[in-house]
Design a protein around this ligand. Structure first.
Ligand code: BGC
Length: 505
């Protein structure tokens, strides 16, 4: 009997040991896997590092590339495109003008009534999402869609379509265009997911003009501008210290006011103002100082435009969510903490930047918004809190790098035009601000206006790079709907003069 009892006891002990070993083994394995997931985050943090020193190198590279792009055609990845916009609205413009804004996920048409003073300014705006099929179809369909929207606005405003007076239109077309005058230009390439091949190389305003004529709209494209240029125009209309404009939305870009004698590639360029707005197309900027990760490399390789728009792919709303998705996918491949590898995570652009921002800014203790987005949009249910925290951290790293790089880009422009304080007199250890002029940069785009953490990181970096005493003179000013409204204002300021102010000798 005693033997039997002993045998059972030994058996139970062995079984208990086996179970314990199993549990411990599983725990060790889980811990190891978790370590691997944390390792993915650590590696991401390291490769996204943007110290002030590194950002200053990006600033210098931006200024150098700007010089190179102005010196010769093709001299830099920065195209530094002439805009033929040689005067900016002053506030004295009068009349009714139209704006048409194409270039992001939405499309806007607007009418602006100008009373000759800044305060007597009235506008009517209609916005529509662009059906995705039109972004990759035929140019005729896209332009028909645009012209019909404009027709509705004209009808709504009781402006007779048949009126003998030609209505003037500012057309904001937010893609790289080689301008041939202030009201004409040739599409160089598409960006931001648009791919209407029959449009590349065509004169953009001409295509719109023909469509308007076909629809019986008595309208004249008075100016063809990039959205950055429209934004600068509206910024300058309200504040004459505005010298540059930046867009950080679906795509990213900047323009600024340049002296014509600095535009060396266009010798003999004469304007009455002595200056011209230059569209940098900074989305294509590249510098080896930019912190690049394996996720960026994969994203670029799988994009329809590899080796193109490198800066844009690290900064803008079209891509940030997808970088985050790629990191989460890697994490889920490293460990089953995320459950099985979810096929939804392998779908490109399954996580949009607005969702990424919502997760990043979830301040609930249980991260309920993160849980809901992961479940509803990425089909990852029941992710434990510690893994949800990791996801938030990934969003943080990706957004912070983007915002800091954008800040470095802005300081690069300031450096090029001598507004970064480097010319200030030093008094002892501090820089005297007596010579630093108030400098306004107009800014637009959903990433900046709607993503608070992004905006805060950008401001923080601007202050770090410039130093407090200089940064206090640099003001980033949001221009609401500037890209379209600014184009209508430019139509007004260029209406009677057309291109006569600009001469190429
Ligand atoms: C385009 C620019 C545009 C920017 C912001 C970029 O993809 O190339 O022309 O200004 O997006 O919309």
């Amino acid at each position: 009997m005693a033997k039997v009892v002993l045998g059972v006891a030994v058996g139970v002990a062995v079984a208990a040991c086996a179970v314990a070993a199993l549990v411990v083994g599983r725990r060790v394995r889980t811990r190891r896997k978790w370590k691997r997931v944390v390792g993915v985050l650590k590696e991401l943090e390291e490769s996204c590092e943007t110290t002030v020193g590194r950002l200053r190198q990006v600033v210098d590279a931006m200024a150098v590339e700007m010089h190179a792009g102005l010196a010769s055609e093709g001299g830099s990845k920065l195209k530094m495109l002439l805009t033929f916009v040689d005067n900016l609205p002053s506030g004295s413009e009068k009349g009714t003008f139209y704006g048409l804004d194409l270039g992001g996920t939405n499309f806007r048409v607007l009418r602006v009534e100008l009373g000759g003073q800044r305060s007597s300014f009235d506008r009517d705006v209609a916005q529509q999402a662009i059906p995705p099929r039109l972004m990759t179809g035929r140019s005729e369909d896209l332009f028909d869609f645009i012209a019909s929207s404009l027709q509705h606005l004209v009808e709504k405003g009781n402006d007779s379509e048949q009126s003998p007076i030609i209505k003037e239109l500012g057309f904001t077309f937010s893609f790289p265009v080689k301008q041939t005058s202030v009201s004409s230009g040739i599409l160089i390439k598409w960006t931001k997911g648009f791919a209407i091949t029959d449009m590349v190389g065509k004169e953009v305003a001409g295509v719109l003009q023909q469509t308007l004529a076909r629809k019986g709209l008595n309208m004249q494209v008075a100016v063809l501008v990039n959205n950055t240029v429209g934004t600068l125009a509206l910024g300058h209309y309200h504040d004459a210290d505005t010298v540059a404009a930046v867009i950080i939305g679906t795509g990213t870009n900047a323009c600024y006011w340049e002296r014509t004698d600095a535009i060396i590639k266009c010798q003999g360029l004469l304007t009455t103002s002595g200056g011209m707005v230059v569209n940098m197309e900074w989305g294509n900027f590249w510098s080896s100082h930019m912190p690049r990760t394996s996720y960026d490399i994969e994203l670029d390789a799988e994009s329809p435009n590899p080796n193109d728009q490198g800066f844009e792919k690290m900064i803008s709303g079209m891509y940030l969510g997808d970088i985050v998705r790629r990191v989460i996918l890697r994490m889920s491949q490293e460990s089953d903490v995320f459950g099985p590898v979810f096929s939804s995570l392998s779908v490109p652009f399954a996580l949009g930047t607005p969702l990424m921002a919502a997760m990043h800014e979830d301040d609930s203790p249980e991260l309920t918004k993160v849980a809901r987005i992961l479940k509803d949009d990425l089909k990852i249910p029941d992710l434990p809190l510690k893994a949800r925290k990791l996801v938030v951290k990934v969003c943080d790293v990706v957004a912070r790098r983007a915002a800091r790089l954008a800040a470095a880009g802005i300081v690069g422009i300031l450096k090029k035009i001598g507004r970064d304080g480097s010319g200030c007199i030093r008094v002892g250890r501090t820089r005297s601000d007596t010579k630093m002029r108030r400098t306004v940069v107009a800014i637009e785009g959903s990433l900046y206006t709607q993503y608070t953490m992004f905006r805060e990181y950008l401001h923080e970096a601007l202050h770090e790079i410039l130093g407090e005493d200089i940064a206090q003179h640099v003001i980033l000013k949001v221009t609401e709907d500037g890209s379209g409204t600014g184009a209508a204002l430019l139509a007004a300021s260029h209406s009677s003069k057309s291109v006569d102010n600009v001469q190429l000798l």
